[in-house]
Design a protein around this ligand. Structure first.
Ligand code: CP
Ligand code: NVA
Length: 298
């Protein structure tokens, strides 16, 4: 029996596959502009399950499925039996008999792995506490469109060593670009920062030095709301602001996966500056996710 392919982590994808997905996303983006009709998901249904809030992932996956000619079913986990404790292994086997793929946003990454273990249809990670692979694929497309060479660029991460940072590390390990992360002590990424192209420092200015692409994210992720005040203390000095940007390379662009807490991890000024690729970055979620759906489902 053919083994079902999932999209849980960039670590499961080769460098060639990642580049292929980015290039296909670019083609699909162009195709949308020229009104080219691509309906590889005709007659297919994709379930989209959320255990956490979402704006971009929810809407971009929904619209992406529709644009590819498929049908999307959005589910809040509280509204299905999963939220009342129906085991994942039962839910996964039942949904596999109705649907052609499932996008899931959950807390523990092991929930996604359990889904993937029991499912006979592709499971796509729409964010877990550990990883956010769709985000980074879109971010790489954004970097490429801005003219950066994704194989040789100098990228930086300033802030929490969270799910988004972990997926940046996975991408750097496969693609080979330089990634310097600055995280406060106690907030290191869960994915090991090993490899000649990866560095972890404590000083955000050292991470920004010579960088072509600075990324950041909220200091308290979904599920960490009770730590907000203490985290604000620990992340003092880790704001992406004019001073940080003045130390960066030329060119240097800024990314933020959104939602942002303006005035905390990033200033209004930097978000609205010409160096900010944030809105293109949000749009590119749609295009890369369509490429992922086409790759796994069509
Ligand atoms: N960046 C991102 O995943 O946004 P949402 O939480 O709005 O989906
Ligand atoms: N690190 C953030 C990303 C949101 C898209 C979170 O998990 O809440």
């Amino acid at each position: 029996m053919k083994k079902t392919r999932h999209f849980l982590s960039l670590a499961d994808y080769s460098r060639e596959e990642m580049v292929q997905l980015i290039e296909r996303a670019s083609e699909l983006k162009q195709g949308l502009k020229t009104k080219a009709v691509t309906r590889p998901l005709e007659g297919k249904s994709v379930g989209i399950i959320f255990e956490k809030p979402s704006t971009r992932t929810r809407v971009s996956f929904h619209v992406g499925v529709l644009q590819l000619g498929g049908h999307a079913i959005l589910m809040n986990s509280k509204d299905i039996q999963l939220g009342r404790g129906e085991p994942i292994r039962d839910t996964a086997r039942v949904l596999s008999r109705y649907l052609d793929a499932i996008v899931i946003r959950t807390f523990g990454h092991e929930n996604l792995e359990e889904f993937a273990k029991w499912s006979t249809i592709p499971i796509i990670n729409g964010l877990s506490d550990l990883l956010h692979p769709c985000q980074i694929l879109g971010d790489l497309l954004t970097a490429r469109e801005a003219g950066l060479d994704i194989f040789t660029m100098k990228a930086s991460w300033i802030g929490d060593g969270n799910n988004v940072a972990n997926s940046w590390i996975n991408a750097a390990k496969k693609i080979g670009f330089s990634l310097k992360l600055a995280c406060p002590e106690g907030y290191d990424p869960a994915i090991s920062v090993d490899g000649d192209n990866l560095t972890l420092v404590r000083d955000p200015f050292a991470a920004a030095e010579g960088s072509n692409l600075i990324s950041t994210d909220v200091w308290s992720s979904m599920g960490q709301e009770s730590e907000t005040e203490v985290r604000k203390q620990h992340f003092r000095g880790f704001q992406v602001n004019r001073e940080i940007m003045s130390r960066a390379g030329k060119p240097c662009y800024v990314l933020h996966c959104l939602p942002a807490h303006r005035g905390e991890e990033i200033t209004d000024e930097v978000m609205e500056s010409p160096q900010s690729l944030i809105w293109e970055q949000a749009e590119n979620r749609l295009h890369v996710q369509k490429a992922i759906l086409e790759f796994l489902v069509a």
